[in-house]
Design a protein around this ligand. Structure first.
Ligand code: ATP
Ligand code: MG
Length: 577
């Protein structure tokens, strides 16, 4: 392709809403253009990148025996009611849904478990037809609360989603393991540095799940990693060892203390400098919503632990969990926010505790009275010990659960997510098969997603410099860029044409900057911006059939035309090995 024929337009200014480099650079280079919040046109260069990623995804799925199909984006409400997900997705606001002309509700697919389960249940009768895995590469729609970061969090985006079907839990696990290898191969081939982590299953449901995180400081996800034990988990899901309870003090009677204005543990530490943080128990109030009701939940935790709302949401099996507002706190505690405690809460409040409070005695807690706390409180003497579970949010430096090392918190971009779904959807939607023993059973499912457009953005988050993007060779819009300093110069024209022809003949995608009225300086700037990794510069030395080998990153070398072609061959081979 010749750049002069590409309607290549760059912007001088970065878009005002660009918070991350991938967004800013892609927009400036004309790779993407915003149409509405989270909705983008993929320009020709971007589309080439996306197609290359899709091809890698397709090849690896096909190699593993997965079957490609294409499902509709428009999905009827009835399917989502069958699976029981309509209400949660509508309540979350994530679902684009509307009524058709007959008044039937439909949605634009944010994911396809319902559709594939319907498809498969009409196809599969016997255990002999499994295992089977289907996949598609398709546009997904999610009305995200905060669409941002360009392609990273779109409202319309490209996803590869796959679904496995098996006759037993063991077989499902085997399919899941196979897919895990497929994912590793895909991200490796895309040239990304990534970490697979244990993950929360979220609204999709099911048991085991892992996310593939591209290592990047700008990632929206926090990951807890322990080098010693090899543990890696999304912070939403991560566990750590809870430090043992502090020794109990001498048992004296519980008493109320005035604590004017002391609403946080820091305030209380100033008031009671001798009381360890581990013997300060906080009580945090949440409003949990369910399909037809709300519940106020108070969660106790040790002063040195934060509460993980995802763990709480999962435990309650609620649609949503949020911090209670001021009025709710007043109704539940009779006090201003900051003084909630387990003793004397209103009857409608459900009291729970994080596992960290187990064994803590002689503690401080809120008094459910403004400017008041209780001191020297003992479980089983002054109040029953509330039911406790792990609701803890891990912190940097926490001891890993197996005690082998410390957790450190890093950041990543979730580019893939694999789930063992079990029989959640097949049971809800009666997708059954006849097993070897002649009995009808629910099909075991797995589901597997890759954010194709997010992969492209994350590659740039990981690989860029002050001058522009740096594409990993396998997913670059073009593998090679020929920069011709002076188009129209006879020697340069001849050498550039020769290189262009030879490279094309070798089946390699090449872009030729043959623009006439553009200065060499501007050409180099553009070349850096669009980030094609392999570059050959054709300049003054073309008269001696000499060119410059000038990769986007790395050493520059003056070579003969043949030498440059040889160099190119080696670079491409290295990439394939
Ligand atoms: P997130 O937690 O980032 O919202 P998710 O867990 O809801 O994502 P999944 O349902 O697991 O996403 O979707 C599979 C993959 O699709 C994700 O791993 C991610 O790469 C991609 N993806 C999800 N939401 C978006 C989005 N709004 N824009 C671009 N890609 C997305
Ligand atoms: Mg996910």
């Amino acid at each position: 392709m010749k750049l002069s024929q590409m309607l290549f337009v760059t912007l001088r200014e970065e878009p005002a809403d660009a918070e991350v480099r991938s967004h800013a650079l892609m927009a400036r280079a004309g790779f993407i253009q915003k149409l509405a919040a989270g909705i983008y046109v993929y320009g020709p260069m971007m589309w080439r990148v996306l197609r290359k990623i899709e091809n890698i995804v397709r090849e690896e799925h096909d190699r593993a025996g997965c079957l490609e199909l294409l499902m509709p984006a428009v999905q009827p409400r009835e399917l989502w009611q069958e699976s029981g997900r309509w209400d949660r997705y509508v309540q979350d606001g994530i679902l684009f849904h509307f009524a058709d002309r007959k008044g039937s509700e439909v949605c634009l697919g944010p994911t396809h478990e319902e559709v594939i389960t319907t498809f498969v249940k009409r196809q599969i009768q016997s255990y002999k037809q499994m295992p089977v895995t289907f996949y598609q590469i398709q546009t997904k729609f999610r009305d995200e609360i905060r669409p941002r970061f360009g392609l990273m969090r779109g409202r319309e985006f490209i996803m590869k989603d796959a679904y496995s079907f098996d006759p037993s839990a063991e077989a499902m696990k085997a399919s899941y393991e196979r897919m895990r290898e497929v994912y590793r191969a895909i991200f490796r081939r895309c040239g990304l540095r990534f970490t697979p982590v244990e993950a929360d299953s979220g609204a999709i449901g099911g048991s085991g799940s892992e996310e593939f995180m591209v290592d990047a400081d700008t990632g929206e996800d926090a990951i807890a990693v322990c080098r010693e034990s090899g543990y890696a988990a999304n912070v939403e899901k991560a566990v750590s060892q809870i430090a043992p309870p502090p020794p109990a003090p001498e048992a004296i009677a519980m008493h109320k203390e005035p604590t004017p204005g002391a609403k946080s543990c820091e305030d209380l530490q100033r008031l009671f400098p001798d009381l360890p943080l581990e013997r300060m128990l906080k009580t945090v109030l949440y409003k949990a919503s369910f399909t037809e009701r709300e519940e106020i939940v108070a969660v106790m935790a040790r002063g040195d632990r934060e509460i993980n709302e995802v763990k709480l949401l999962n435990f309650l099996d609620a649609l949503n969990v949020e911090l209670a507002d001021e009025q709710t706190v007043r109704q539940a505690t009779g006090a201003e926010p900051g003084f909630a405690g387990p003793i004397g809460l209103a009857d409608h409040v459900r009291l729970l505790a994080d596992a960290s409070v187990e064994g803590v005695q002689g503690f401080l807690c809120g008094g459910n009275e403004t400017d008041t706390h209780y001191l020297d409180v003992w479980f089983d003497r002054d109040l029953p010990q509330p039911p406790s579970h792990d609701f803890g949010l891990v912190q940097d430096g926490d001891l890993s659960e197996d005690g082998q090392g410390r957790l450190s918190i890093t950041r990543g971009i979730e580019v893939g997510h694999i789930f063992q779904l079990g029989t959640k959807y097949s049971e809800a939607m009666s997708a059954q098969f006849q097993d070897e023993d002649g009995k009808n059973k629910a099909i075991w499912m797995g589901c597997y997603g890759i954010g194709v457009s997010r992969v492209a953005a994350s590659a740039i988050e990981q690989n860029h410099d002050a001058n522009g993007m740096i594409w990993p060779l396998p997913i670059a819009p073009y593998s090679v860029l020929l920069v011709q300093m002076k188009a129209g110069n006879e020697d340069q024209d001849r050498v550039a044409q020769e290189l262009y022809d030879q490279i094309q003949e070798a089946g390699v995608d090449v872009l030729w900057d043959d623009r006439v009225k553009v200065s060499p300086g501007a050409k180099f700037k553009d070349a850096d911006l669009i980030g094609i990794p392999l570059r050959i510069v054709i300049g003054r030395d073309a008269k001696d059939r000499k060119v410059e080998w000038k990769p986007r990153v790395g050493e520059t070398e003056v070579l003969t035309v043949e030498g440059a072609l040889e160099k190119l061959k080696v670079a491409l081979q290295e990439q394939n090995s």
